[in-house]
Structure formats: structure tokens, C-alpha cells
Ligand binder design. Sequence first.
Ligand code: F6R
Length: 357
Amino acid sequence: EKGTYAHYMLKEIEEQPFVIRKIIQQYQDEQGDLTIDSSIVNVLNQADRLYIVAAGTSYHAGLVGKQFLEKLANIPTEVHLASEFVYNMPLLSEKPLFIFISQSGETADSRAVLVEVKKLGHKALTITNVPGSTLSREADYTLLLHAGPEIAVASTKAYTAQIAVLAILADVLRKNKGIEKNIDLAHELAIAANAMEEICDTKDEFEVIASDYLSFVRNAFFIGRTLDYAVCLEGALKLKEISYIQAEGFAGGELKHGPIALIEDGTPVIALATQENVNLNIRGNVKEVVARGANPCIISMEGLEMNGDRFILPAVHELLTPLISVVPLQYISYYAALHRGCDVDKPRNLAKSVTVE
Ligand code: F6R
């Protein structure tokens, strides 16, 4: 039930801090250490390469997960769109392991890949919100998101739950391999959950941003680098799905290779700046679009903020920024859709779970 919330999407955005805390709890052992079923840890550690397969928002979570698996656990990881993988299978490594990410566990495109890789004799892990779903039943292993039912068609809490579970998976693999990294993940996730809650408390600000930037526009751009780029793809998907504004996410460095031609007077450009090593680069990209007339909205993070930033996120671990930087983008999409009179929870032409190819 959506209770006092105007829409399921709003409710689900605001459930995110609680979902992250629930996930920490669900994956903690009696000692408080994050843990994952040892059969899953063993089979992943035997793999020489991980292949993440997913669609839509779950694919975007996969792009973030790849960074965790490579940076924390040193495991080469590829991320593939399920619909492409089926018809154009990449050359597989000697010991591949497949990870299917699916909120519903019913996505036909992802299932088609699972059927194919099972035929080849490979093992698969499904990360899903729905126990007993098709992808869960048909894979060898399952990790649950514990996000509770997601009703709004536009995925929000499942995305952040997927990111949290992928972070836990990567961190457990890291420890199992004896790789030393200065990170207490349960603690960092708890900090991120608190930061999410703080951001939710300032939602009025995002309503103002939506009306300042997106009221009368036909298109909008999201730019970022590294992890911010992955989140920009998700921010753009959210906006196009529910507000029908044509939105695209671009890697900051790619602008000059084509997309900057689209910038006109007043074009909204939402820029994420949460990554220290590319902070100056993304700000350089913002200057480039501003010089062509863009209306920039910079969302940065404490410690990296500069004059003129529109919103400053509370500081979190540099790997976990997607958990919090996506929240303003979800709200901005929500309010943009609301102002335009769109059906937020049931956008046109879309279904919650896509069970046909
Ligand atoms: C976007 C959205 C879709 C789904 C995609 C995959 O808000 O909901 O892009 O993410 O259809 O669905 P699942 O995760 O159920 O496989």
C-alpha cells in the first residue's frame, strides 16, 4: 500500500535508506561481518571472468557492480545487455561465471541468455528481488535484494539494493581472496544509508530544481565521469521513462566527440561531480557546455564542492557514491513528471516486468 504517499515511486524512493539497512542486516553474520553463502563465494572465486547480464536499470546497476568486482576483488568483469548478448555472444573466457541482475527475475531477454549459457554448461548466479522467480529457479545460485515489492514501473529502490548487494558480494570475495583494502563496508553502507535519508529530507529542493530546469524543455543531458557516468545513464533513463523528456547520459570526455553539437541556449545539463580524480575534468566539461549556452546544474559532494554547485551531497565512500547520487536524479524525474501531468507510476508504453522478447 502506498499509504500517505501520492505515488508508489515516491514511497519507493524514500524507502531506500531502510532497504540499505535491511540489506546490511540480512547479509551480516552473528559477529556482524558481511557474509555470503560459501558455495557462491567458492564458485565465483574459481571463475577467471564474470559476465554480468541484465536489462535497463538492472544493467545500469551492473555497470556499477563491475567497478566493485574489479576494484575490490580484482576479478575481470564484463557487463552485457541481455538483448544483445543473446544474438551476439562475446568470446567467453575459459572459466566464465554468469551473474544475472533482475529486479523481477522474469525478464525474457535475460532468461534467454540464462537458457543459452546453461546449455553450454556454465554456472549462473541470479541477483533478484523476487524469491522463486524464473531467473532465481533456473540459476544455480540466488542472492536476494530484500527491497520489498517494487510497484512503480520506474525502478528506484531495486537499483540501489542491487548496488548494495553487489558491493557486499565484491567485498566478501575480496576478503576470501585475502586482498587487503582499507574499507569497512558494513560501516560505509550504513553511512550511505544515513546520507540517503538526509537527501530525502531535502526533497523540496529537487522539486525546485525540476521546475527550474525541466519545465519547458524538450531534452536534457546528464554528464559525469567514471562512476558518475554510470549513474548519469540511470538518471537519463528515469527522466525519459516517466516525464517523456528526451534525456541522455554522456561521459564528460565524450561531449567534444559529438554530443556537444546538441547544446543550445538553455539546454539543461545535469552534471554529477562526486569523484575526486575527475573533479576538475567534469568541471571543465561543464564550462564547455556553458560556453555554448547550457543551463548547468552541478550536483557535487562534500569535500569536492565548488562555488555555484546546485546541490551538495553528504560525503560517502568514493565507491558508494552511486547509492546517493542517484537519489536526487530520481526525485528530479519524479517532480518533472508530476509537473507535466504524467502518470508517474504507470508511464505509457511500459510494463513492470518485460516477459516477452
Ligand atoms: C527502468 C526499469 C526497466 C527494468 C528492466 C529490467 O526503470 O524498470 O528498465 O530495469 O526492464 O527489469 P528487471 O530488473 O526486472 O529484469
